[in-house]
Design a protein around this ligand. Structure first.
Ligand SMILES: CCNc1ncnc2c1ncn2[C@@H]1O[C@H](/C=C/CNC(=O)c2cc(-c3ccc(F)cc3)cc(O)c2O)[C@@H](O)[C@H]1O
Ligand SMILES: [Mg+2]
Length: 214
């Protein structure tokens, strides 16, 4: 049987990027997905917004929901301070296997903890398994209809603190209407929309940044 899109993406990284150089891994994936084969990475345009929010927050502990091939894990981890960590959750073992290799190729395996499983099962285990008190930053990029339930779960598990920043991908395309309703009409969040475009296209999309207030 043939290769998968994630496997071809990994090949493009191994062929075109420099081992241990996160920037070259990001460029290799962006080039491949823009010119050869589209894939659902947050991409270079929205990636610049992700970078700027991350630099502003400078999180000690970050959480990502939906690793896919690890593109945004590399984007996030490359900007973390020395003792900071990214925990990224992925429930598809094939995607997780590719992501581990891409994260390792970038030399970021010591800053990223990739956990295989469903967010709904793993979020309640974050404290006991990883000694996490709360997250400073959460990037939501998994199934769009899971953004609201998982945000509520993070609240209920006491994993959000005053000032925690949630950044959600795809709030326009494919869209996360329930999530926008939830965070925008909610006194516990201060929300702002960052317009951009769907990765590698001219279609409108954007990121929603929501600061937890209490
Ligand atoms: C069950 C919920 N819990 C989960 N726990 C852990 N991992 C999960 C979970 N859900 C999904 N995942 C994983 O996250 C990833 C899924 C992401 C879903 N993303 C999208 O559908 C998406 C889709 C598009 C898109 C946009 C326009 C199109 F025409 C076609 C596709 C663009 C994006 O940026 C996207 O993020 C996969 O790796 C999946 O295995
Ligand atoms: Mg996305």
């Amino acid at each position: 049987t043939g290769s998968s899109r994630p496997q071809r993406m990994l090949k493009a990284v191994q062929k075109n990027a420099t081992k241990g150089d996160p920037k070259s891994v990001i460029s290799a994936i962006d080039y491949y997905c823009r010119h050869k084969e589209w894939a659902m990475n947050v991409g270079d345009d929205k990636g610049l917004i992700l970078d700027s929010v991350l630099t502003e927050v400078n999180p000690s502990t970050a959480l990502e929901l939906g690793t896919y091939c690890g593109y945004s894990s590399v984007r996030i981890a490359r900007l973390l301070s020395p003792d900071s960590k990214l925990i990224t959750i992925e429930f598809n073992p094939a995607f997780a296997a590719i992501a581990r290799q891409i994260i390792a190729y970038a030399g970021l395996q010591d800053k990223v903890i990739l956990v295989e499983g469903a967010s709904g099962d793993l979020i309640p285990k974050m404290k006991e398994r990883f000694g996490i008190k709360s997250f400073d930053f959460v990037f939501l990029d998994h199934w769009k209809d899971r953004y609201v339930p998982d945000t509520k779960l993070l609240e209920d598990c006491g994993l959000l603190k005053k000032g925690t920043v949630l950044l959600a991908d795809n709030v326009i395309c494919p869209g996360a209407p329930e999530y926008l309703k939830y965070v925008r009409n909610n006194p516990r969040y201060e929300s702002r929309y960052y317009p951009s475009n769907l990765e590698y296209t001219k279609v409108e999309d954007g990121l929603e940044k929501s600061v937890f207030l209490e």
